[in-house]
Each structure stands twice: as structure tokens, then as C-alpha cells.
Design a protein around this ligand. Structure first.
Ligand SMILES: NC(=O)c1ccc[n+]([C@@H]2O[C@H](COP(=O)([O-])OP(=O)(O)OC[C@H]3O[C@@H](n4cnc5c(N)ncnc54)[C@H](OP(=O)(O)O)[C@@H]3O)[C@@H](O)[C@H]2O)c1
Length: 245
């Protein structure tokens, strides 16, 4: 049994925006296995229903799905207010929001591409941070999930790279502004094996292993203000080796 399978987060409330996604599913499963109550918002009731099926009846009892958006500051505020009112506290947030996009060089990007891939995703991340960071419990944490393209330019996927880079800087600014009053990290993922891409190169992590790393980061107070790079299973081992409690 992996460390993350131990019931270490009993009684904790974890919000996973993006939990319906290919990577988010593994994050949701890992926090449920660790004993947490997990809340997943989505713009789509059918994606939430699909998530419940993927998670299965054994774990889904502590999964709450909410048909709620967080595309604007107001929507995210409303979702956070209602979540705190319903569960009394929110301990951890893992935002796995936004997916892959490619196919155009920067000079070919049109206004719709820019809005969808950069503005909408960046606005959602910012809206979630505004809404949840001030509401997290004292020993809580906020983790934002990005991809390797945030640090390495990927030709024809430039607007994904640019949004990811903005997201990582958002996290760095938060860490500087909180100055020890809250714990914020980011996961920088390599390619992930998931329900849409069921196999990959040796050493690639699965969505469930990303979830284990996210649980490790949430449980480990010494992991604070870090870019947690997760390219291979060796990187996951390094995170799990730091886990406490
Ligand atoms: N898959 C990989 O191999 C991989 C590799 C490296 C990094 N990552 C990173 O992992 C994170 C999640 O990726 P993924 O592959 O799981 O993506 P995905 O399957 O496309 O899921 C995206 C999730 O983001 C949510 N979302 C909310 N607002 C959105 C918006 N305006 N545009 C797009 N999605 C929005 C979606 O929720 P709804 O239910 O509301 O649609 C969905 O749950 C991203 O940060 C990505 O960069 C993934």
C-alpha cells in the first residue's frame, strides 16, 4: 500500500477544480483514498456524473460534485462561499484547470484561441486563488497544476506555454505575498498516462501517481513555495520521501 493510501486526511475537505479532467480524476481518487472529503465543481453535470462512475462506489461516498463554474471572480466567490457554508472549512485546494491545445504558431492565433486557451484559463486560476486562498484553514495548502510547457517553449502550443508560465508566476507572487502565512505550491508535470492516453514511455507518471504527489504536498508542511517537478516516477519517490504525519 502506498503512503497516500493510508487514511491520513480524515476529516479534511479538499476542493479539486479540474477534478473532472484526465489528470484531475487521479487527484480526486488519491485524496479520497487518503480519507479526505473531496469537492469537485464543473461546468458540466455530465462530466461530474462520468467522474462519479470512474471513481466507483467504494470511494465516491466522500465525493461531492457541484455543478458550479469558476470562470469569473463572482462565480468563484459564490462557489467558495457556498462550499465553506456547507462543509464549515476548506483545508486544501488542488487546481488542475485547463488542458492541452496545439496547432498554430503565435502569429496565427486568433482572438477566439487567445480567449479560450489563455484568458479563460488564466482568469479561472486567478478567480480560484482570490476565492479560496483567504478561506483556507490555517494548516491548509493551495496547489496549482501546470505542465512542462510552462517552462519550455513548445512550438505551435505557445499560448499554452504562456498561460502556464503566468500560472507559475501567480504561485510565486502568492508565496511572496503570503510570506509564511499560507502554503502554496505548484506541480509541473511531464506527459501523464491517463484515461485518454492509457500508455506512455517508461517512467512516465499516471494520473493516480500525480494524485499521490498532490496528497504528499498537501500533507507535508515543509513543502512550501515550491515548483514540484514531476517528470518521472523517480520525482514522485522524492516527494513521497519527504512526507510526514
Ligand atoms: N494530461 C497531461 O498529460 C498533462 C501533462 C502535463 C500537464 N498537465 C496539466 O494538468 C492540468 C489538467 O490537464 P488535463 O489533461 O487533465 O486537462 P483536461 O482533461 O482537459 O481537463 C481540464 C479540466 O479543467 C477544467 N476547466 C475549467 N475551466 C476550464 C477552461 N476555461 N478551459 C479548459 N478547462 C477548464 C475542466 O472542467 P469542466 O468539467 O468544467 O470542463 C476540466 O476538469 C493542466 O494544468 C495541464 O497543463 C496535463
Amino acid at each position: 500500500m502506498s503512503i497516500a493510501n493510508a487514511s491520513s486526511l480524515d476529516g479534511k475537505v479538499v476542493v479539486v477544480p479540474g477534478g473532472t479532467g484526465n489528470v484531475g480524476e487521479g487527484i480526486v481518487r488519491a485524496f479520497l483514498r487518503a480519507g479526505a472529503t473531496v469537492v469537485v465543481p464543473s461546468r458540466s453535470r455530465s462530466r461530474l456524473d462520468q467522474l462519479v462512475k470512474l471513481i466507483g462506489p467504494e470511494l465516491a461516498g466522500r465525493l461531492t460534485t457541484v455543478a458550479a463554474g469558476y470562470a469569473t471572480f463572482d462565480e468563484a466567490d459564490q462557489f467558495a462561499t457556498e462550499t465553506v457554508a456547507r462543509f464549515e472549512h476548506v483545508d486544501h485546494v488542488v487546481a488542475s484547470v485547463g488542458g492541452w491545445w496545439a496547432g498554430k504558431e503565435l502569429w496565427q492565433i486568433d482572438a477566439d484561441d487567445w480567449q479560450k486557451v489563455f484568458v479563460d484559463v488564466a482568469t479561472s486560476h486567478m478567480a480560484l486563488v482570490r476565492a479560496f486562498v483567504p478561506r483556507l484553514s490555517e494548516d491548509g495548502s493551495y496547489t496549482t497544476v501546470a505542465g512542462f510547457s510552462a517552462k519550455k517553449p513548445v512550438p505551435s502550443a505557445g499560448i499554452v506555454s504562456m498561460q502556464g508560465a503566468a500560472q507559475l508566476m501567480m504561485r510565486e507572487v502568492l508565496t511572496a505575498e503570503l510570506d509564511g502565512r499560507g502554503r502554496v505550491n505548484d506541480l509541473v508535470l511531464g506527459p501523464i498516462i491517463n484515461r485518454r492516453r492509457p500508455s506512455g514511455a517508461p517512467g512516465w507518471l499516471t494520473a493516480d501517481q500525480v494524485g499521490e504527489a498532490a496528497v504528499g504536498v498537501a500533507r507535508t508542511p515543509s513543502i512550501a513555495g515550491e515548483h514540484v517537478v514531476l517528470n518521472t516516477d523517480g520525482d514522485l519517490d522524492k516527494v513521497l520521501a519527504r512526507m510526514t504525519g
